[in-house]
Design a binder for this molecule. Structure first.
Ligand code: SF4
Ligand code: SF4
Length: 450
């Protein structure tokens, strides 16, 4: 097994990585808060359907929400306690979302309650996928796509390769890095489970050359008979995007409108892989996750193991509070993170980091006219023309943006990052894509009504 520091994808950008704030800090548990808010929508797809009502007593790890469809996910109680309400609550998306609010039992601890532990070696691929679905697993890299769906290729397609995404290309974040170092046994268990579920002949673990020690650590721990290669890529953004990672690992491009499975590949985040491995080692479903709490605006940056549903303000208190000049709080990293307006929003399955930026980092910039420098074109990893798309978005010619492949834009913000005219390109693309998706849904409805 070997790595190659030169491998990468074409285009992309090099923001500073700012990972030193939490890089060397081992993951520690957050004490349970008094109240936890578990949103029924914290994954892509249909919301979960609540299985509990006000006044019910729930035990840590108990199923409290059933997947609301095939593309959906189960939800489990992150602590023992009493259901205080089932109804709308603040959500990191900025909307009010149906949520189960649990008042913690003072005696509830974070130790594992006795749970059924399955042995994947004795399970069929279908049974493994069923167990992963039962455990409520979704992509922990941020997208939160239900894992059991990824593990079930469409009819006629099959996966030859599993790629474990440990690139963690967003500046500031270290949760994947700490998982590689500290949850190595669970990562290896999870790789074996997912390879069996997919029938994959080989797995790759892809990381960046700012994490070579973690790559070496994993290589040293892998059983010699397991067909896994650990690859180290240039530190470049957005190396962790699915298509970029596939390009770097296999030197193959996922064509526009196609999926990784069309190249016989399934990509899973290393946190998801470790979570699945952990479930097979201990029986624990997805009720907590590693979160990097960082940035110049938080007094004690940390890597934390946080129960899903923990309010942001509880995490802030645990980290010594915010500095006076904190200006913005993001769930995620600085490139693709989601700005938060309320301190009672909960940490969700997809919350990889919480970033606190101050007046120094969040500077209002004046927008100037496009000077056709084409830096954005050189930066775009999927070879779009952000300059042209930006002009169309500004003129609200959204339909025309489709001809320029706006739906291939993965909203990575590389174009905005390099633009000397401070044009808010990615913000405009998000609005345009949202409106185009709504229009497409309306068109489908009209077609269906005919
Ligand atoms: S946000 Fe979209 S257009 Fe801009 S660089 Fe990323 S993929 Fe390209
Ligand atoms: S980087 Fe900005 S100024 Fe340069 S071409 Fe792109 S949109 Fe125009």
């Amino acid at each position: 097994m070997s790595g190659s520091a030169a491998r990468t994808f074409k285009h992309g950008v090099h923001p500073g990585d700012f990972k030193e704030l939490t890089r060397e800090l081992p993951v520690e548990r957050v004490p349970l808060p008094a109240v936890l808010t578990v949103p029924l929508s914290q994954h892509l797809g249909a919301p979960s359907v609540p299985l509990v009502k006000v006044g019910d007593y729930v035990r840590r790890g108990q199923l409290i929400g059933k997947a609301g469809g095939y593309v959906s996910a189960n939800l489990h109680a992150p602590c023992s306690g009493t259901v205080r309400s089932v109804g709308p609550a603040h959500h990191p998306s900025g909307k009010m979302v149906e949520s189960v609010v649990i008042e913690r039992d003072a005696a509830s601890a974070q130790v594992l309650l006795p749970m059924d532990v399955q042995d994947w070696r004795g399970q069929t691929a279908e049974e493994i996928v069923g167990t992963v679905a039962e455990g409520g697993f979704v992509g922990l890299g941020g997208a939160a796509f239900p894992t059991h769906v990824k593990l079930t290729p469409p009819e006629g397609k099959h996966a030859r390769f599993l790629i474990v995404n440990a690139a963690e290309c967003e500046p500031y974040l270290n949760s994947d890095y700490r998982i590689l170092l500290e949850q190595t046994e669970a990562v290896i268990e999870g790789i074996q489970v997912l390879m069996k579920a997919l029938g994959a002949e080989k797995a790759f673990v892809g990381t960046e050359d700012n994490k070579t020690d973690a790559a070496e650590h994993l290589r040293g721990a892998l059983p010699p008979d397991l067909n896994v290669e650990v690859l180290v890529f240039e530190t470049k953004y957005p190396q962790g995007a699915e298509k970029m990672l596939i390009d770097a690992v296999l030197h193959r491009e996922v064509p526009s409108g196609r999926l990784p499975i069309d190249l016989h590949v399934v990509v899973n985040n290393v946190g998801t892989v470790a979570g699945v491995g952990q479930m097979y080692l201990t029986g624990q479903p997805l009720i907590e996750r590693v979160v990097t709490v960082t940035g110049p605006g938080i007094r004690q940056p940390r890597n934390l193991l946080v129960p899903v549903g923990t309010p942001l303000e509880h995490v802030i208190d645990h980290c010594g509070g915010m500095t006076e000049d904190t200006r913005q709080i993001l769930f995620g990293g600085p490139m693709m993170g989601q700005a938060q307006r309320f301190l009672d929003v909960p940490v969700m399955k997809g919350t990889s980091g919480i970033l606190f930026l101050t007046d120094r980092e969040v500077v209002e910039r004046t927008e100037y006219a496009c000077i056709k420098c084409l830096r954005c074109v050189d930066a775009c990893p999927v070879f779009l023309n952000p300059s042209r798309l930006g002009a169309l978005a500004k003129a609200r010619l959204y339909e025309d943006m489709l001809d320029h492949h706006i739906m291939d834009c993965m909203e990575c913000a590389s174009c905005s990052f390099v633009c000397p005219s401070n044009i808010p390109l990615v913000q405009r693309f998000r609005v345009a894509k949202g409106l185009l998706k709504e229009q497409a849904a309306r068109d489908r409805e009209r077609e269906g009504a005919k």
